[in-house]
Design a protein around this ligand. Structure first.
Ligand SMILES: Cc1ncc(COP(=O)(O)O)c(C=O)c1O
Length: 396
């Protein structure tokens, strides 16, 4: 009776972590600190509450799946400003769709793009490894076979697509890229994004560009897939980008993001989401539009991460392969055995970190996450300082 594809949705990383630590009591006297989940704890901007209150009357309306013209306009304007796109390249009505957090949008993108067969065989989904579990879950439930591309120190945590054979690329239905990446924090160059878009068009697959960490960076703003489309003449064919307020505005509980790209895909996505997804409520859309129009809180947010990475550098420099990521808010620390380190950090310091192997797949060269732990720098400065101090004390 159960869909057999569900068997591939196993090993949810946070469940595995709970099981790993279940029989280990936290040390007495230490407040537990969760560094395992990428859930920003910075104060969300007050403008959210202001808009939720001002639009309270709209809770009584079922929202439309494509949101409001004002929300779509805010997104199109933000994309134009952020990626220096030509006026009109992103049409709010044809190229933009709200999603209730990018998680659901990313999941549904597999259903959008995976046919029964492709290129003479079972459709494939290219997924960077390590990965965000929803990308692989999406491929599995849509009936695609995931092909995991190892992101390792050797390729600077950005697996290239050019190494793949054309016959294999013909079978690809969907390819996920994530820049800045979770968990390694690598940023794809504009050149590599252009190349990915070209490949998607040549082999007719959907390029999903997960850009939800795009606004968290220590240096210059990471390029995006729509910028790549601009340098190829401005058409958005075969491309969907996903972005979110969860990280940019420290508002993961708002469940607000968007998909933008190819008009044909957006129209199909709208149809699919009318059946499968929750429309974003009008008060949330109003608050979201205001957030996308404001960069001040984003700059402040970025500064907080910069300070925390400076702190991490001063504490961790020269240990565990420490590097400041090009984007995002994770430390990807090489600690030997990630699971053993996670257990020790919980047992001795009440720190929850995620073993890298839980967000990576075994491959011919082993599991690229095995020797790592992922540490989310999502707390305020004081808690982060305390956590880093405890971490060094345990791992030495
Ligand atoms: C790489 C990546 N993509 C997407 C998401 C989903 O974010 P949201 O659904 O909050 O927009 C996350 C959340 O942690 C993530 O790490």
């Amino acid at each position: 009776m159960l869909n057999p594809r569900l068997d591939r949705l196993t090993g949810y990383p946070f469940q595995r972590l709970r099981e790993l630590l279940a029989d280990i009591p936290a040390p007495p006297g230490l407040t537990p600190i969760a560094l395992s989940i990428g859930e920003p704890q910075h104060a969300p901007p007050p403008v959210i509450t202001e808009h939720l209150v001002a639009h309270a009357a709209e809770w009584s309306r079922y929202p439309l799946i494509d949101g409001t013209p004002d929300f779509r306009r805010a997104i199109a304007d933000w994309l134009r400003r952020r990626y220096r796109l030509a006026e009109g390249m992103v049409d709010p009505d044809r190229h933009v769709l709200p999603v209730a957090g990018t998680r659901e949008g990313l999941f549904l993108s597999g259903l959008l793009a995976v046919p029964e067969s492709k290129g003479g065989g079972k459709p494939l989904a290219l997924v960077p490894n390590p990965y965000y579990h929803v990308w692989a879950g999406s491929a599995a439930m849509a009936g695609a076979q995931p092909v995991f591309l190892p992101a390792t120190a050797a390729n600077r945590f950005s697996p290239p697509l050019d190494a793949l054979e054309p016959a294999l690329l013909d079978r690809v239905a969907v390819a996920v890229i994530c820049s800045p990446s979770n968990p390694c924090g690598s940023v794809a160059s504009l050149e590599s994004l252009v190349h990915a878009v070209e490949l998607a068009r040549r082999h007719d697959f959907l390029l999903v560009s997960d850009e939800c960490y795009s606004e968290i960076y220590p240096g210059s703003p990471p390029p995006g897939a729509l910028e790549a489309c601009a340098s190829l003449g401005g058409r958005l064919d075969n491309v969907l980008v996903f972005n979110s307020l969860s990280k940019r505005s420290s508002a993961p509980g708002l469940r607000s993001g968007f998909a933008a790209g190819d008009a044909r895909l957006i129209a199909a996505f709208k149809r699919l989401r009318s059946y499968a997804a929750t429309a974003v409520p009008y008060p949330v859309l109003a608050a979201s539009a205001a957030l996308w129009r404001d960069e001040e809180h984003v700059t402040r947010n970025r500064d907080l991460y910069r300070e925390k990475f400076a702190l991490a550098r001063s504490v961790l420099s020269g240990r565990y392969g420490f590097f400041v990521p090009e984007g995002g808010f994770f430390l990807w620390l090489e600690v030997g055995d990630g699971e053993a380190a996670a257990r020790a950090l919980w047992r001795e310091a009440a720190l929850r970190v995620l073993p890298g192997a839980y967000i990576a797949e075994d491959g011919p060269d082993g599991n690229p996450g095995r020797n790592y732990v992922r540490v989310a720098l999502v707390h305020d400065q004081a808690v982060t300082a305390e956590a880093l101090e405890r971490l060094v004390r345990v791992l030495r």
